[in-house]
Ligand binder design. Structure first.
Ligand code: FMN
Length: 279
């Protein structure tokens, strides 16, 4: 059973040296659950072992129990059971073989349709960016609810934003109505092997005391690059033919290269066409 030292060790692997962690007053089940959350890794290699349908329903129920902005309940889950349909969703997605092998595939959607339908024949005065923002937020925390529930249950998951590469096609294949959009897919199953933990930015960069620490990122990011390269080195340097080889390659350079090529620049237009407003 997890003890306080295990929790501290897991937090150190994830965040580096940081504030002391206390498990005081927590029982064994709570410590075990928290350990599974801090120790969670995205899984891209699944065992050929079915996940009972009732367990999938339980995990979805846990996800949809997330808080929801103004109780508007603007998220849905599409459980894609048809393998051929899943393959169609993943057409042209590079490196999607492992996604095809995941025992379960879900699509978490943001849903502004139910809310808007309440105003049919009336003035929908709140059709502005905040309405879209709230639906995105609901979908995001439902996704995390499923991911966290699966981690507690000992299952592996990986969110799939690549599903948005062809958002219009995905909408068509899943019969999504106007104002319903795919937020992310979720692969789910028993891990075939355990991936390593992906270190996060030090808590000194992402947790602020009273006021935002503007310099924290510049100050601490070089250390994070070093820590991350030790714990989970990048297998290769992205687009070396374009950017060359960098002896100091780390997370910052990897993200800079990843986002030096436009990605899903048409997603806003897709949402606008679904009926959402950005003002
Ligand atoms: C909204 C969202 C979409 C993601 N989309 C993908 C994806 O399309 N393909 C993929 O391999 N991983 C995807 N991921 C997983 C991230 O790459 C992963 O969480 C990140 O590299 C950190 O690793 P970890 O989850 O093991 O901590 C996604 C994660 C989130 C939250």
């Amino acid at each position: 059973m997890t003890n306080a030292a295990d929790l501290q060790a897991a937090a150190t692997v994830r965040f580096g040296e940081g504030p002391a962690i206390s498990a005081e007053g927590l029982d064994g089940a709570a410590r075990d659950g928290l350990h599974r959350l801090i120790d969670r890794r995205s899984c891209r290699d699944y065992a050929e072992r079915a996940v009972p349908e009732g367990l999938v329903s339980l995990l979805i129920a846990a996800g949809l129990s997330a808080p929801t902005k103004s109780d508007l309940q603007q998220a849905d889950v599409v459980w894609v059971r048809d393998r051929a349909l899943r393959a169609e969703l993943m057409t042209d997605v590079p490196g999607a073989d492992w996604i095809a092998k995941a025992p379960v595939f879900l699509v978490v959607c943001g849903n502004g349709a139910r809310f808007a339908s309440l105003f049919e024949g009336r003035d929908f005065v709140n059709n502005h960016f905040d309405a879209l923002f709230n639906a995105i937020g609901d979908a995001a925390i439902v996704l995390e609810g499923i991911v966290a529930a699966a981690a507690i249950a000992g299952l592996g998951t990986c969110p799939i934003s690549q599903i948005r590469n062809r958002a219009r096609e995905v909408s068509r294949l899943l019969d999504l109505p106007d104002r319903v959009f795919p937020f992310a897919g979720v692969c789910l199953g028993h891990p075939a092997h355990e991936a390593s933990v992906s270190p996060r930015l030090d808590l000194g960069m992402t947790v602020h005391q009273d006021r935002y620490d503007t310099d924290a990122f510049q100050r601490l990011a070089p250390g994070y690059d070093t820590r991350r390269n030790v714990a989970k080195p990048f297998a290769r340097q992205r687009a070396a033919e374009r950017f060359g080889t960098d002896p100091d390659y780390g997370w910052r350079e990897d993200k800079r290269r990843q986002y030096s090529t436009p990605e899903r620049a048409d997603f806003g237009a897709y949402l606008r066409d679904l009926g959402f407003a950005f003002d």
